[in-house]
Design a binder for this molecule. Sequence first.
Ligand code: ZN
Length: 330
Amino acid sequence: MRYDDSSPSPESGSAVSPDRPWYARRSTLVVAAAAVAPACLAGWLLTQVLVSDGAGERPPKASAASGPDAKPGAAPATGSPSAPAASAPASASPSPAASAAPAPAKGPLTGRTVVIDPGHNTGNFKHSREINKQVDIGTNRKECDTTGTTTNAGYMEAEFTLDVSLRLRAVLEAQGVKVVLTHQADRPWGPCIDERARIGNEAAADAVVSVHADGVSAGSRGFHVILPATVKAGGADTAKIVGPSRELGERIAGNFARTTGSAPANYLGGGTGLVVRDDLGGLNLSTRPKVFIECGNMRDAKDAAQLTSPEWRQKAAQGIANGIVGFLGG
Ligand code: ZN
């Protein structure tokens, strides 16, 4: 869901690429992947030239903003329900390069660092007091963290984000990337959004990706990538990351579309799959290139069918990874 923004403010930074659309930038690594994309997708991509002014990108506030129908009782048992074996990187690695040793693999991206931020935490539902504590995001104060959304059947966004993040880690590690997760079901709640940003900063990450799924009304479908707006206030100063973050986001959006076959969101972003926001602490406080990705809408039955599919989640992770690898020049 809309992660650390339970009280969305009017969109002030909405914009779409004024110069070069994301689909014009493709990672050479994934050109092969594009070949397997349905021909109709290519045609569809060409239709995504329309650039909106972003007006109306603020989606309707999710009616289940705090996930009231989530099953709290399910939380303890679902720390990493369908996640690949996190403790066994080699077996968890689904990529063709899965033969890589469990130890940090040597690869074209050895020496690069990526921080992956699985949105929310399955334990947040049981720690409302802690996660509701306000933290400073530079431009504002916001809740430490939010619960995230769920599918109508109760599959938690926090389960989804961790599962995709672990898959993403495996793919990147096979390329030699040093991967840092902001958490992995190893803490009862959080981290807070300011800490999530700080982890990326302190790791001197070459790229940071926060993984989410949205929780808006049925019929709203597709993915979108959220880019940092230019903000400067308090501890927030994104001037240096706006440009590289956009490139990172465009590459992820293009690769995600190709790998999953999903379309950009039909409810915001003007069909570009890109949205700029100035109200997210995780972006405002980052000093490293960083984006969020909303992989789909958990409240839409068709999107939910994808989000709950391990096979689809693998494609999602691969698409995000391809975008990151392209950004890193791998
Ligand atoms: Zn979220």
